[in-house]
Ligand binder design. Structure first.
Ligand code: FE
Ligand code: ZN
Ligand code: FE
Length: 287
């Protein structure tokens, strides 16, 4: 099991992310390299990469993940929004290649009323404008809850985007337990069935990253509200079964839950405690 959390890069960059992950007794981690509020990105050379990589190997931390900024929307038909997203993702690929990390997770995008089909085509157009096939990493399309006009709540939409991208060997998928359950995939009673569908529609080898969150809303709600592990509609038993599944054995499993209880929740998922974390108050509406 490779468990980790969404950690901070404030001030000391990767050193901060790694120190935080060590304090959670994590095996992996996820970061955002830039603020989701916009503005210029901090130069990646200031992230203390080499020092952090040493500490990572000392503590058995591996397979770190970068989450792309929410400001990217490749599904937009507005040229300025689309081009901003293309430029930002192209820049992010270079930043993450500098770090030597293998995975960038991105939300496919919101079609903003133009329809799923138009969104799917536009996302593929964006990826085709960026990818050369020589990238040293995977762009992992994240499965969504189906809130708003977001593309990617059905596995078929993710598969269709991939089929339209020339260098699709650079693409992979990130599942998110909160999103999948809210989208109407019954991962509580039939995680096997979900994996079977994933295999049929996309192919299990392309499942490279998983976000592990409970959900504040009910099955099929099409809402995206992350709950603390064991405090939501998915529940502790189902989440423990999921993280222990052999298909996810080598996949980085990243918590994006509210309130900063990651150390507790990682121990809970490992079965080291049965006490539930306090309920985090902060609403995590994206991720
Ligand atoms: Fe997520
Ligand atoms: Zn979410
Ligand atoms: Fe996300």
């Amino acid at each position: 099991m490779k468990l980790g959390a969404n950690v901070s890069v404030a001030k000391t960059g990767l050193l901060r992310a790694v120190e935080e992950s060590v304090s959670y007794e994590a095996d992996t981690y996820m970061i955002y390299t830039r603020s989701n509020r916009g503005g210029p990105a901090r130069p990646i050379e200031q992230f203390n990469r080499d020092e952090a990589l040493c500490i990572m190997s000392d503590h058995g931390l591996a397979d770190p993940v970068v989450h792309l900024s929410y400001l990217v929307n490749l599904a937009s038909q507005k040229d300025d929004t689309f081009e901003y997203g293309v430029n930002l993702l192209a820049e992010e690929i270079k930043r993450v290649e500098y770090l030597g990390f293998q995975y960038i997770v991105m939300h496919p995008g919101s079609h903003v009323g133009t329809g799923v089909q138009a969104g799917v085509k536009r996302i593929a157009e964006g990826l085709n404008a960026i990818l050369t096939g020589r990238e040293q990493l995977y762009i992992c399309l994240e499965t969504m809850a189906g809130d708003g006009s977001k593309v990617g709540s059905h596995l078929e939409e993710i598969a269709e985007i991939m089929s339209l991208v020339e260098h699709r060997s650079r693409l992979a998928v990130c599942i998110d337990t909160c999103h999948n359950y809210s989208a109407g995939y019954d991962i509580v009673n039939d995680f096997e069935g979900f994996l079977q569908q994933f295999d049929d529609v996309i192919g299990l080898p392309l499942l490279k990253v998983a976000h592990i969150n409970d959900s504040k809303t009910s099955f099929g709600s099409h809402r995206d509200r992350h709950a603390n592990i064991g405090r939501g509609s998915i529940g502790l038993d189902a989440l423990r079964r999921i993280v222990r599944h052999e298909v996810l054995e080598t996949v980085p499993l990243i918590l994006e839950t509210p309130g900063g209880h990651y150390k507790h929740e990682i121990a809970l998922l490992r079965g080291l405690t049965d006490t539930l974390p306090p309920e985090g108050s902060a609403e995590s509406d994206e991720a």
